[in-house]
Design a protein around this ligand. Structure first.
Ligand code: TEU
Length: 574
């Protein structure tokens, strides 16, 4: 089953809507806002984990996969959410964190108490207390192994020390996780997002990594396709919407995960395009976004997945990423224009778009300036690490301000009030702050909902456009004018043969084509020669422009204004 005309809305529950004034979002808060989500025109809601958890990683440290954390509500609240969502034709996708459990999970607790059966649920290794089994580092900083003196063993944790990696080579683990899927399937969910699922298959032998942090040994591991295929087959979720979060993955692997004939997943998230502002590949070293690299990565993944029959999840934002308008657009005077340009560029590519709560409003980074405002375990760990690397407090805070995952976790902006309509209590994290360049009081549902030229209205138009245009949902994609960056240009075309890149003239002969032009620069920029020729030789109508006043596209391609995005449809019969 295809998900090509569908759009998914991601809800980070803790920051979405608080129904009981405890400062944290919850299931009832989400139920109260289903009307809003339905009004966007989306098809599915992916809800981040709300299972019992000590919340060291905001629920990605699960202590019980079948129980709801009281902080988020009850099973009755969940059932009500399901009923109301179905009434509105919204499917619910749950977030399955199956690479690791919390160390508070009963399985890990039994392992700690010496039960060998449960020790085999995790990746334990005997060893000397002074010498970890390998030199790998955790994704949240520090070593990836923790020593348990009472057992004389180390356990692997690719994330926080309280997130112990599961041993998928143990068939009992695979059984237990399949039963979790069955359980939630039985409650009527429509699909699943699988957290870092390409890390589940660890290598047969563990060795030091002298070139990196260890990821090359455990990413897309030896049995990952087999284990995923098995999980999908035995739980009967082949036709469900499933998306795998693929950390540091490779294109051919993602084709394997998502090509329909393989019956693994419907689609994959990959992250290479969100590392284009990492200095020397390090998230914690600031660099200007490299738009040449961005164009190259979008082209490679889009055309590559198309050629191999894979399917991409399209996204800029999620709960782990800084806000895209602050990152690649302008959170100053061209906020609106740049947020719309980014939206069109991402959501009209070949794949299934994911809109992250508040992205549809153009929400910006947090702009926090003191350490006590940040909440995320990763940010707090890295503040120490950066100080140890010799940065001053101010320098470290400047890096955190750009890179913290909390940038995407500030409360959803429902209105312009002090707590942005998110809670009547004290929010667990402060709302995003206005800067002199950008007035946050205009970035919220109340002020955007009835404004036809708001970012919110633009997202709705994009979602409708995908549903009503087969060329966008099922057409081919080809990137144009590689050398014309910072303008990124691509053509969606109805009959472009999949896997056979046509030349520009062949594409021009096709019926129904859509041209998407995105200026990633804060200056006026010319489009390239391929675009110029397409414009000159065909008649085009403007479907969308990120500026309120569109250009006339009558034979010559005008220069694009700063951060301008334009969507053109070729007119038939000329
Ligand atoms: O994230 C996986 C992941 O590797 C990142 O996106 C991570 O935040 C980044 O690399 C750190 O620099 C997933 C979840 O989305 C995230 O919220 C969890 O913290 C993580 O897995 C562990 O479950």
């Amino acid at each position: 089953m295809g998900f090509d005309d569908k759009t998914v809305y991601q809800v980070y529950l803790k920051s979405f809507c608080d129904s009981n004034a405890d400062g944290r979002g919850d299931l009832r808060g989400l139920t109260n806002k289903l009307g809003y989500i339905a009004s966007l025109g989306v098809d599915y809601i992916w809800i981040t984990p709300f299972f019992v958890s000590p919340q060291n990683d905001n629920g990605y440290d699960v202590a019980d996969y079948r129980e709801i954390d009281p902080a988020f509500g009850t099973m009755a609240d969940f059932d009500e959410l399901m009923r109301e969502a179905h009434q509105k034709s919204l499917g619910i996708m749950l977030d399955m964190v199956f690479n690791h459990t919390s160390t508070s999970h009963e399985w890990f607790q039994r392992a700690l108490s010496g039960d060998k059966r449960y020790q085999d649920y995790y990746v334990f290794r005997d060893g000397d207390p002074d010498m970890a089994p390998t030199n790998w580092t955790s994704k949240f900083g520090g070593p990836a192994w923790e020593y348990v003196p009472s057992l004389g063993k180390w356990y692997l944790h690719l994330f926080d020390v309280t997130q112990a990696d599961l041993n998928w080579d143990n068939p009992e683990v695979r059984d237990a996780l399949a039963q979790v899927i069955e359980f939630w399937k039985g409650r009527g969910v429509s699909g699943f997002r699988f957290d870092v699922v390409n890390l589940i298959s660890k290598p047969a032998t563990f060795e030091d990594d002298h070139e990196g942090d260890g990821r090359r040994f455990y990413t897309d591991g030896p049995h990952v396709h087999e284990y995923l295929g098995e999980l999908v087959r035995r739980t009967g979720i082949r036709d469900y919407v499933t998306v795998g979060e693929m950390s540091s993955t490779a294109l051919d692997q993602c084709i394997g995960y998502s090509r329909p004939s393989r019956h693994e997943l419907s689609m994959t998230f990959s992250f290479h395009h969100l590392k284009i502002d990492y200095g020397n590949g390090d998230k914690w070293t600031l660099a200007r976004p490299d738009i040449v690299q961005l164009q190259h990565l979008l082209k490679t993944w889009q055309e590559g997945m198309q050629a191999g029959g894979g399917w991409n999840a399209l996204f800029w934002c999620n709960h782990d990423q800084p806000r895209v308008v602050s990152r690649l657009g302008d959170d100053g005077p061209l906020h609106r224009e740049s947020a719309k340009m980014l939206a069109a560029c991402c959501d009209l590519m070949r794949g299934t778009p994911y809109v992250y709560q508040g992205e549809e409003l153009g929400m910006t980074n947090a702009h926090f300036d003191s350490l006590d405002e940040w909440r995320d375990v990763e940010s707090l760990n890295y503040h120490h690490i950066l100080m140890r690397r010799g940065l001053s407090d101010d320098e470290a805070l400047a890096v955190i301000a750009e890179r913290s995952r909390d940038n995407g976790r500030t409360p959803m902006q429902w209105d312009a009030g002090r707590t942005v309509g998110f809670t009547t209590g004290t929010p667990w994290i402060e709302p995003s702050k206005s800067t002199s360049a950008c007035d946050e009081s205009l970035i919220n549902v109340a002020s955007e909902v009835d404004d036809p030229s708001s970012v919110l209205s633009f997202y709705k138009q994009l979602i409708v456009l995908r549903k009503s245009s087969p060329v966008i949902s099922t057409g081919g994609i080809r990137f144009l004018d590689d050398a014309s960056v910072p303008v990124i240009a691509y053509l969606r075309s109805g009959n472009l043969p999949v896997g056979v890149p046509g030349d520009a003239r062949q594409v021009m002969a096709e019926r129904d084509s859509i041209l998407v032009l995105s200026n990633f620069s804060g200056k006026e920029e010319e489009t390239g020669p391929e675009v110029a020729r397409l414009i000159a030789e065909n008649t085009w109508e403007v479907l969308l422009d990120s500026y309120d006043d569109a250009h006339a596209w009558d034979g010559t391609a005008p220069a694009l204004r700063p951060f301008e995005g334009v969507v053109l449809r070729m007119r038939m019969g000329n």
